[in-house]
Design a binder for this molecule. Structure first.
Ligand code: LFR
Length: 484
């Protein structure tokens, strides 16, 4: 039997899942065997990730995967980017990992940009300016803690370390820190040292697919493993994994990896480091196979998720209540009021419907009063953000785009897919929903020699997964909104 069994551990901002995959040259099946909540908590005023709960969720999930398939031979972890834990010289964690939406970084990015200049920072790292980049978070730690730290491990590396004892930095995620030299393919050591970040804390970099080690003996028992399972690196940045599973057949495509964030861009062979690109806040993150994920963070489903939380509506994909809310939003008039999806006021949690109403009121637009109107306002605004980013990615990189691939949880939102087609004026291919987990699995399968090229992996996704096509119907002119 040439079927390869692997588990993808995929951690998202609100939940984690363990997905059991079975992969062969013409087979790609993935089943969620365990899903667990990811609930940040406040500690000393800081919004923190609950590492212990995440780890338990992972180990329990691996035990289920192993019980479902005795042939399970490979595991890899991916998660959101930029966040990390610091280990001291004894290997103990210096406090819980802090959530990137915490306010500890307030003001730091502006200070550093003024001191070093965007041109300098962008020429080295090619990274978009987001207030929560690892660089600014490390500076928020203060010199004393940095002195005590022996190593920094980004979230997937931290969890891989807890599974195996291995220390290292996976490349796709390292590229999101703003401490990575995107042209040289190594840590931006000089930049780090200039800013007072000790070079020694940046661990050796390895690539997606690389073996990281076997499960620690005490975990083998909990998982039911006999030492057979190899823990590998995925494209450990979730967006890198999602893009790896985009079912594109040529190169003239844009992608939108849509969940809590929408990551919108194109795939390139080399970074775009122009000042114009920096000004448009496009990022050059590293993808699987050393590709460049030339993209922009768009606010994504975050405002909708926050509204749904506030209204105590079940936002799950199987929820009838949520489906009704989307249908009501579909009946609302289009483009009645929109907000700028880049509004910095929307980044932090809490009070979302009111903040959206205020943005509309401040812009002199009709204030969305009902829930349906708020949802419609959010989705119209997000579609505009999508269209603007697709257009800019193509213009700034010179890559022509004929089709938009919408992947991730947001691809299940048919209204959003249709609005994105309208706003971009391009066909939208929606799916797969579990792109991140599939991309994680495909990299493992390639590393194990079960699949060949990345093109082969993508063709397998296209042939096996459910993908729905949305055509722009026209009728409404979105261009003034996109331009504004
Ligand atoms: C998406 C994502 C984005 C990153 C953001 C914060 O889940 O990984 O790519 O900018 O989360 O880490």
């Amino acid at each position: 039997d040439e079927t390869f069994s692997a588990a993808a551990v995929d951690l998202g901002a609100s939940s984690g899942r363990v997905v059991l995959g079975r992969i062969g040259p013409e087979r790609l099946e993935a089943d969620v065997v365990h899903r667990f909540a990811n609930k940040p908590y406040r500690d000393d005023e800081r919004l923190c990730w609950n590492l212990g709960e995440l780890f338990d969720g992972i180990v329990n999930g691996l035990a289920r995967a192993r019980a479902a398939d005795q042939g399970l031979e490979s595991v890899a972890v991916d998660s959101w980017a930029v966040d990390y834990g610091l280990l001291d010289a004894d290997g103990s964690l210096l406090g819980a990992p802090v959530h990137y939406r915490d306010s500890r970084t307030d003001g730091i990015m502006d200070t550093i940009r003024q001191r070093l200049g965007d041109e300098h920072l962008y020429a080295i790292t090619g990274l978009q300016f987001l207030p929560f980049n690892t660089l600014y978070q490390l500076l928020a730690e203060g010199p004393e803690r940095l002195e005590r730290a022996a190593t920094i491990l980004l979230m997937p590396d931290l969890l891989t370390h807890a599974l195996t004892g291995a220390v290292g930095a996976e490349r796709t995620n390292a590229s999101t820190t703003q401490l990575y030299d995107v042209s040289r393919g190594e840590w931006a050591a000089e930049l780090a040292t200039d800013l007072g970040i000790p070079r020694r804390i940046l661990p050796d970099i390895h690539d997606p697919g690389d073996p990281r080690g076997r499960l620690l003996p005490e975990l083998r028992e909990r998982v039911g493993d006999d030492g057979r399972i190899m823990v590998r690196a995925a494209g450990s940045h979730d967006t890198a994994s999602a893009v790896a599973a985009v079912p594109a057949l040529g190169e003239r495509f844009a992608y939108i990896s849509c969940g809590t964030w929408s990551l919108v861009g194109v795939e390139l062979d080399a970074p775009v480091l122009s000042l114009e690109s920096a000004a448009a806040n496009f990022t050059n993150e590293v993808g699987v196979d050393g590709t460049i994920r030339y993209l922009r963070n768009v606010i994504g489903l975050w405002p909708l998720q926050e509204c749904v939380r506030e209204w105590a509506v079940d936002g799950g994909s199987a929820s009838a209540e949520f489906a009704e809310l989307l249908e009501a939003a579909n009946r609302e008039p289009a483009l009645r009021s929109v907000f700028d999806p880049d509004s910095a006021e929307l980044l932090s949690p809490g009070d979302m419907p009111e903040r959206i109403r205020k943005l509309c009121a401040d812009a002199g637009l009709p204030v969305p009063e009902t829930r349906a109107a708020v949802v419609r306002c959010i989705l119209d605004s997000l579609a505009i953000g999508h269209a603007r980013a697709v257009r800019d990615a193509s213009r700034l990189s010179g890559r022509a785009v004929d089709v938009v691939h919408l992947v991730g949880g947001g691809s299940q939102n048919r209204l959003l897919a249709q609005l994105t087609a309208e706003a971009t004026g391009l066909p939208v291919l929606a799916g797969p929903t579990e792109a991140t987990a599939l991309g994680n699995l495909l990299v493992q399968a390639r590393a194990a020699g079960v699949l060949g090229s990345q093109a082969e992996a993508r063709a397998l996704v296209a042939a096996t997964q459910r993908i729905e096509r949305f055509e722009p119907a026209g009728g409404l002119d979105w261009s003034p909104w996109i331009a504004a």
